[in-house]
Structure formats: C-alpha cells, structure tokens
Design a protein around this ligand. Structure first.
Ligand code: IPM
Ligand code: MG
Length: 410
C-alpha cells in the first residue's frame, strides 16, 4: 500500500520531533553513503579496543540488543582485535584477521584504542598504527565529526552560553592522506645531527573526492561550506583550495563556498562558532580542529563520528574520545558517544535512520531526566551521577519505552 505523501511527511515530522538529533539530521545522497539497503538482519564487527573501550562497548551492545528487540530486527555482533589488545594477543595492532572480518561486515563499530603501556613501543607496534592501517586499508577517506551544542550540557563547557547556543557544525575531515601517510618520512642523521621529516602531500583526486562529500553534506544542511587550509604558506594547500573551488563551481553551484586559513579558523571556532555550518579540511588540520570543536559541546565524551569510504563499503563508527586509561576499569566512563556512534551507524550504513533517531532520542531523554556521568556533571547541577553500566541500563530502559518508529514508505 502506498502511503499518501501528506501522511508520510507527518510521520517524518513526528520522528524528527522525538529526536533532537545529535548527529545532525542529514541524509546522504545514495552516491555518498549508505552501505546496505534496509534488511531484517545485519552483521557488524565490534572493536572494543583498550582502556575504557570494553566498558563502553558492553553498554552499547546492551543498548543495541534492546533496540533490535523493540524494533524487530537483528544485529549480529562479532568482536575483533584492534589496538593495544591486538598487540598483546597477536603482536599486530590491526591483524589481517580483523581486517578481513571488518571488510565482510555490514558496518564496524569501534570503541577506542591506546594506553600508556604501548606508548614507547616502536611505531609499528603502537595502537595508533593499527587505527591508521584500518583507515587506509578500508579506504575510509571521509571522516564526519559533528559538533552540535547540547542545551542540557551547556554548563559543562568552559565557553560562555551565548557563544554556544545553537552551534551546529559538521567537520568533514579527509582521513587517508596528508602528512599522516605522506612519503618520504623518517628520522635520519644528516650532517651529524638527527633530522625528522614527514611529507604533507595531496593528490588532486584525493582532494576532489573529499570536496564532493563535503559539498554534498553541506547541500543537505545549511548550504554553507568553509574550506580550511594554509594556502598563504603551503603549496599543498594552494592545490587544495583550487580543487575545492573547481568541484563546487562545477558540481555544487548552490553551495556557498568560503575559505579560511587554519590559524584563523581555530580562533573563529571559539570566538563565534555559529558562523560555521559545514567545514572541510585535510587530515592534520581536521584532527586538531575537531578536538577543539568538541569543547563547544561540553565534553569529548558525547561526540560520535563516522568514517566512510566508497559507496557499498562498510564505514567505521566511533566516539572521538580516547581510551582514558586513567579511569579504565573504574566504571566512570561515559558510554553516550559510543551509543551515538551506533546511531550514526544505523543512519548512514544500515539504512535505519528511524532507529538511529530513536537512540538519539533516548540519549536526549536520559539527559533531560537529569542523569550524568562524571565527565558531564557539574557540582551544583542537581543531577544524579551514574557509572558507565548504570548509564547503559538507563538508556536500555528508555529504549524499551520510547515510541517505535513508524515505517515510512517513500
Ligand atoms: C583521531 C585521533 C587519531 C588521529 C590518533 C589516535 C591516531 O587523534 O582519530 O582524531 O590522529 O587521527
Ligand atoms: Mg584526534
């Protein structure tokens, strides 16, 4: 039966109202993302990683199971090794077996990796090397990091509320190029002293494909794209700027494109972040600016991210926070960023946007109900402090009671 358009739009509106949408309510065009069509049963790989990773993974799995039960579909979850735990068990931060497992999945959910224990290892045996290998091998060139102010957490930020109110930025970071992967690189002895070097390098094709994703994202948000570079000094940035202009002029004439030097962008992000809608930048600038933007939300513990490759390949969804080894095993971690990452996975890879919205609504409700983990609690907020496990259980309870999303026929 075909549902009349008017009813469809009411259903859509109701879904939109229940969920505040932490991850920005954008829908990609088919050519940009969505790994698999909607189906009854999915298989995903879960990488619990290190530090607080296993704890937040446990809570997220419980939440996903509750969601599947409530909405009548299945997600089969298979764990794989990555990061420090993989070094300990397999002497490789991202073993081939894990890569194969990820490649054949519908999607990948990653917690976090790293810890003091491996910090002094040779580079090939560091957890971060596993993460970079995964990004490269899986072709995850587009990293989406939303920074949207959460009104309930405004006090947790060190920035004034009037500056934060209404901030909704999507940072699109290139993820498989730049100085992270450029050759040559190394530390050599030249003229009797050590010289360290990396190569900041981008091919035109790499810039073009990330510019397209960013322009596509911008066209489905506020229509504004700010490209961040250092074209006043760096040749590689000049090429970046030229190619971004070409792509937007030719293929996205309706996107309003602007350019900003990275030092100015860093300053503007704290001075008046509301001026930004969608930002696109290279790997290293994006790494730095996205950490900075996270402070507009109040805590790193709330921010999900999506790393996407070519259409039809699995993406990786992960919180942007690290593995917090100092609180690992103490049940103090905040599982919400990983739960929101699972929401992004449902939305972008599994063609289940309504179920993603339900998870986001559950996170919103837990905050409205006054529950906080330590990282988002302030002394006089009158809220109840919860551990990681209890926070997961609260979300499970809420998922069981929120209205089930109605199927929408297009
Ligand atoms: C990130 C992290 C990684 C990066 C590290 C852990 C290699 O900081 O995902 O932002 O630099 O990309
Ligand atoms: Mg980083």
């Amino acid at each position: 039966m075909k549902i009349p358009a008017a009813i469809t739009s009411i259903v859509l509106a109701t879904t939109a109202q229940t969920a505040r949408c932490f991850t920005s309510n954008l829908k990609f065009s088919k050519s940009t993302a969505l790994n698999v069509e909607k189906k009854d049963s999915y298989s995903i790989t879960v990488l619990p990683g290190d530090g607080i990773g296993p704890e937040i993974t446990e809570s997220t799995k419980e939440v996903l199971n509750a969601l599947c039960e409530r909405c009548d579909f299945k997600i089969e979850m298979t764990d794989a090794l990555m990061g420090g735990c993989a070094i300990d068990e397999a002497n490789d931060p991202f073993p081939q077996e894990s890569l194969d497992q990820c490649r054949k999945s519908d999607s990948v959910l990653l917690a976090c990796i790293g810890g003091y224990k491996w910090d002094n290892n040779p580079r090939e045996l560091r957890p971060e090397t596993g993460l970079l290998k995964m990004r490269k091998e899986m072709g995850l060139f587009a990293n989406l990091r939303p920074a949207k102010t959460i009104p309930q957490l405004m006090d947790a930020s060190s920035i004034k509320p009037e500056v934060l109110e209404g901030v909704d930025i999507m940072i699109v970071r290139e993820l498989t190029g730049d100085v992270y992967f450029g050759e040559p690189k190394g530390i050599d002895v030249i003229d009797g002293e050590r010289v360290g070097y990396n190569n900041m390098i981008y091919k035109e094709s790499e810039i073009r494909r990330i510019a397209k994703v960013a322009a596509d994202v911008a066209s489905k948000r506020g229509g504004q794209l700010c490209s961040v570079d250092k074209a006043n000094v760096l040749d590689v940035s000049q090429l970046w700027r030229d190619v971004v202009i070409e792509v937007c002029e030719k293929e996205y004439p309706n996107v309003e494109l602007s350019h900003m030097y990275v030092d100015n962008a860093a300053m503007q992000l704290v001075r008046w972040p509301k001026q930004f809608d969608t930002m696109v930048t290279g790997n290293i600038f994006g790494d730095i600016l996205s950490d900075q933007a996270s402070m507009l939300v109040g805590s790193l513990g709330m921010l999900p991210s999506a790393s996407l490759g070519e259409p039809g390949t699995p993406g990786v969804f992960e919180p942007i926070h690290g593995s917090a080894p100092d609180i690992a095993g103490t049940d103090k971690a905040n599982p919400l960023a990983m739960i929101l990452s699972a929401a992004m996975m449902l939305r972008y890879d599994l063609s289940r946007p309504d179920e993603g919205a339900l998870l986001e609504a559950a996170v919103e409700k837990v905050l409205d109900d006054g529950f906080r983990t330590a990282d988002i609690k302030t002394d006089d907020d009158g809220c109840t402090l919860l551990g990681c496990k209890e926070m997961g259980k609260k979300i499970v309870e809420i998922v069981k009671t929120l209205p089930i999303p109605q199927p929408v026929l297009a």
